[in-house]
Design a protein around this ligand. Structure first.
Ligand SMILES: O=c1ccn([C@H]2C[C@H](O)[C@@H](COP(=O)(O)O)O2)c(=O)[nH]1
Length: 220
């Protein structure tokens, strides 16, 4: 069935819950709260949008254990880089297994989400940018983040906090003046959409003083 996937995580010790239901859309404007100018009140807050985008991006990862997404945002709150953990170009068929000391170990090959987001950047430099990441960056990513000019990290999960890699990352960020904070969602549930639902709402919606439904072109 098309787009009926539920995704949830409680990566940050059960503190937060991001839910991408792909079941509802924001087209039913008639019942939503409005502000004095008639604009919608219940809009997706910017930081929620960036972190949800990082989680959606992570869903592209083929890693069977840990899917990571990263979104880089500039000082004007425009996305300038995006990435997930994946094998390098041309190495798509390399193994995803975890076999320490073996050439079949994925860790030897996989490009981390942060590295991909930085190498996909569409600005010449990432000075003063913020990176939204679903998982706290490892020490190798920390080095690249620092060198790229990114100044702020917003992360969701710190599940590897006890490891030396994460401890080393934090030591480097502290020394380099890169700040990091755990994401605090404004909305505990981020609802995306369902294309079937979009079509259904288009059929149902009645015109109000401030919105007119898009005209549907029906096959003759
Ligand atoms: O900062 C990071 C740390 C890890 N990743 C990626 C690399 C791997 O694909 C997984 C980790 O796999 P485990 O099985 O949990 O060791 O996450 C990343 O993208 N960024």
């Amino acid at each position: 069935m098309l787009f009926t996937k539920n995704y949830s995580t409680d990566l940050s010790a059960g503190k937060y819950y991001i839910y991408i239901s792909l079941r509802r859309i924001a087209m039913d404007v008639s019942t939503e709260p409005r502000n004095l100018n008639g604009g919608r009140e219940d809009v997706l807050e910017q930081s929620d949008y960036f972190m949800a985008t990082a989680f959606l991006t992570a869903q592209q990862s083929r890693d069977p254990c840990t899917q990571v997404g990263a979104v880089i945002v500039n000082e004007r709150n425009i996305i300038v880089g995006i990435g997930h953990n994946k094998m390098p170009n041309g190495c798509e068929n390399f193994p995803w297994s975890k076999q320490k000391k073996s050439l079949k170990d994925k860790h030897l090959y996989v490009c981390h989400a942060e590295m991909n987001a930085i190498s996909n950047k569409n600005m010449t430099d990432l000075k003063n940018c913020t990176i939204y990441v679903t998982l706290f960056p490892c020490n190798e990513c920390a080095k690249i983040i620092i060198q790229s000019g990114i100044r702020t990290i917003v992360y969701m999960s710190d599940k590897n906090a006890y490891t030396n890699k994460t401890r080393a990352s934090k030591m480097m960020f502290d020394a380099a003046g890169v700040t990091y904070s755990q994401f605090e969602p404004k909305n505990k549930r981020i609802i995306v959409f369902d294309y079937d639902e979009i079509n259904r709402k288009e059929e149902e919606v009645t015109p109000t003083d401030s919105c007119t439904p898009a005209k549907k072109i029906r096959p003759s």
